[in-house]
Design a protein around this ligand. Structure first.
Ligand code: MN3
Length: 203
């Protein structure tokens, strides 16, 4: 039996204000993410039951809902991890970081990278995620997007950080202004964690 659990939030519900309000974070984490975890456990159990019975048709029927909820759990777990209060490390990208050096080398400048990331993420049609990642094969930095709860790793890219642009991520405060939410997220990114992920990814 599978038993996935909600990961602990590394900060309080009000710690990411004013970018993400207490109410936004509470609902996003404790309601949305929790439902992905609960559904993942429930549907994996049904999947295992079908597997025991060698019911391939049932397994195929369940696989997309397992993929969706599993992706929701994994993507949100990455998202909480790479955010940090402004009073701590939030938004603090040090020029000595390897990730800073690689971004400026790869994209020309940090501002160019940020503009590309913002443009691609804001332009996602419907629900999805904007990503900075590292190609598993070439180790090059890649700005990409995924729809719904699809995983970046399924494209052969190791995730470094992500921006959730499902409406549930921003609508309470930003209403239809997705671009404002994406612009503000940069001030609560935890570059210390992103740097650690980058170093591990290029090993
Ligand atoms: Mn979300």
């Amino acid at each position: 039996m599978s038993n996935y659990t909600l990961p602990d939030l590394p900060y309080d519900y009000n710690a990411l204000e004013p970018v993400i309000t207490k109410e936004m974070l509470e609902i996003h984490y404790d309601k949305h993410h929790r439902i992905y975890v609960n559904n993942l456990n429930a549907f994996l159990e049904k999947y295992h039951e079908a597997e025991v019975k060698h019911d391939a048709e049932k397994m195929l029927e369940l696989s997309s809902i397992v993929k969706f909820n599993g992706g929701g759990h994994i993507n949100h777990s990455i998202f909480w991890e790479i955010l940090s209060p402004q009073s701590k490390a939030g938004g603090d990208l040090k020029e000595t970081y390897e990730i800073y050096k690689s971004i400026t080398k790869h994209f020309g400048s940090f501002e160019k990278f940020k503009e590309l990331m913002n443009t691609k993420t804001v332009a996602i049609q419907g629900s999805g995620w904007g990503w900075l990642g590292v190609s598993k094969q070439t180790k090059a930095l890649i700005v990409d997007t995924t729809l719904n709860q699809d995983l970046l790793s399924a494209k052969g890219i190791i995730p470094l950080f992500c921006i959730d642009v499902w409406e549930h991520a921003y609508y309470l405060k930003y209403k239809n202004l997705r671009a404002d939410f994406v612009k503000n997220i940069w001030s609560i990114l935890n570059w210390e964690i992103i740097e650690t992920k980058y170093k591990k990814a290029i090993l």
